[in-house]
Design a protein around this ligand. Structure first.
Ligand SMILES: [Zn+2]
Length: 131
């Protein structure tokens, strides 16, 4: 269950993958935690629905508690990371590594240079493609 969530969390667009974005890290943690809590609640409902039947064993309470703890832990970690990012972004002013214009935190290049880098990356992947 957790593995599926981790996989979907990794499916970021091509452009985002190139910029090392720390803010997406905290939002990923928050999203993951909330999804796990949501899943635990859903499983709890199933647990209550199937109470007394042989299906109850599939939705055991210790497993749900562990899931809830994991979800809460991820949410707390996400909140802490987000606060840390907010503090850090005030101190460190991000600049484009080519032309030094100020850019949003987490980005490496300004919009124009990011496009250049992406175009170059595109070209390279096309050249190395085996037909
Ligand atoms: Zn630039």
């Amino acid at each position: 269950m957790v593995i599926t969530f981790l996989c979907t969390a990794k499916l970021t667009p091509h452009g985002e993958a190139l910029t090392v974005d720390l803010t997406s890290m905290s939002s990923t943690l928050l999203r993951l935690g909330l999804w796990i809590i949501l899943a635990v609640v859903a499983f709890y409902v199933l647990h209550e629905t199937y109470a007394g039947t042989h299906l109850e064993a599939y939705f055991s309470t210790p497993m749900l508690q562990r899931g809830l703890m994991l979800g809460a832990l991820l949410v707390v970690a996400g909140i802490v990371m987000r606060l840390a990012e907010k503090g850090a972004s005030k101190v460190v002013k991000n600049r484009c590594s080519v032309c030094k214009t100020p850019i949003p935190s987490g980005a490496i290049y300004c919009r124009a240079h990011l496009r250049n880098v992406l175009a170059r990356e595109d070209e390279r992947t096309h050249m190395t493609r085996t037909r």
